[in-house]
Design a protein around this ligand. Sequence first.
Ligand code: B12
Length: 304
Amino acid sequence: MTPTRLSEVWPDLERVARAEGVLRLGASGIDDEHAALFAEWLARGGHASMHYLAKNADVRERPRERYPWARSVVSILVPYAGERPAAPPGALSHHIARYALGDDYHEVLDRILRKFEAALDGVKTWRYVDTGPLSDRAYAAQAGLGWIGKNGMLIDEQHGSYVFIGTLLTALEHDVEAATVADRCGACTRCLDACPTNAILPDRTLDSAHCISYATIEHRGALDAFVAERLEGNAFGCDVCQEACPWNHAPADAHPAFAPREAYRATPVTDLFRFAQADFSALFAKSAIKRAKLAGMQRNIESL
Ligand code: B12
């Protein structure tokens, strides 16, 4: 018989989680308690040129209209490398955010979420990683998998924030209790103090236009001069606000797919200036770095 409640299949989902290297598994209802904050953020232009986010505003506020069949949201946390590998000075690996040192998380988490779907055989579901119209962090926080820190990151109490979030909507009734996770940031302001461009705002959102991660990955055209002068060695993405976070003192072991690639340790960052498109595609095959494109990476490296 097809299950109707999440609790009926929860042991199966826990089994999949263990088998697939998932650090935490949780579930929540379909409403996003903090969707209004997203609307405010958009209204003040927090998304800079990421216009695709603005298209999602209605869905975030009223997810039931887009997904009338959905009753619950299953969230998973999958760890990536919390430490950069030792490498010679000038190696590319020093200049890439940790989340991009291994395989592209979109593909890896998609594969994992498909395993969850397979365990829910017959139940209507919809999975996405990153690109979906919902807030992965909001659902993970509602599911009790962590709290939203002052740097905006979902922070796991034991292992910190070097984790990806995968999200799966299901037609099963939400009857699995979520743990209550307290906000553990307290009076700490290390992330705010460390951000080289002061991009972190008091309401735990970012001013993307000033965020080094946004500038080096998403922004097309010349870098903003203020940001370009403050890249602090970041050529793709930025971890400064996570490095400063005391809750990242004991990261979980990375999922094998996110083990830092040897090729990035062996390649001097300046080699990218001589790269043809074919070299770029080969070095960054199955990597999230492809998003910045060769011209974008060369632009970023020029400002290091
Ligand atoms: C757009 C985007 C970006 C943009 C903007 C980031 C931002 N902070 O808004 C840029 C390019 C700058 C970016 C950078 C990074 N990103 Co990004 N990004 C996204 C994306 C696609 C949407 C985020 C978004 O909507 N931002 C707008 C803000 C307003 O929404 P939000 O961040 O979801 O925040 C909501 C919750 O915090 C909630 N909330 C706030 N307080 C509370 C309290 C409670 C109790 C609850 C329940 C909810 C809640 O309200 C907010 C609004 O709904 C998500 C994937 C997704 N679909 O969710 C990944 C995502 C947030 N990114 C991720 C990562 C890994 C990064 C980087 C670390 C990459 C890097 N090293 O460079 C940095 C981190 C920068 C930072 N400090 O946030 C991960 C974060 C995992 C985690 N542990 O939190 C995500 C979830 C992708 C994934 N599937 O794993 N990113």
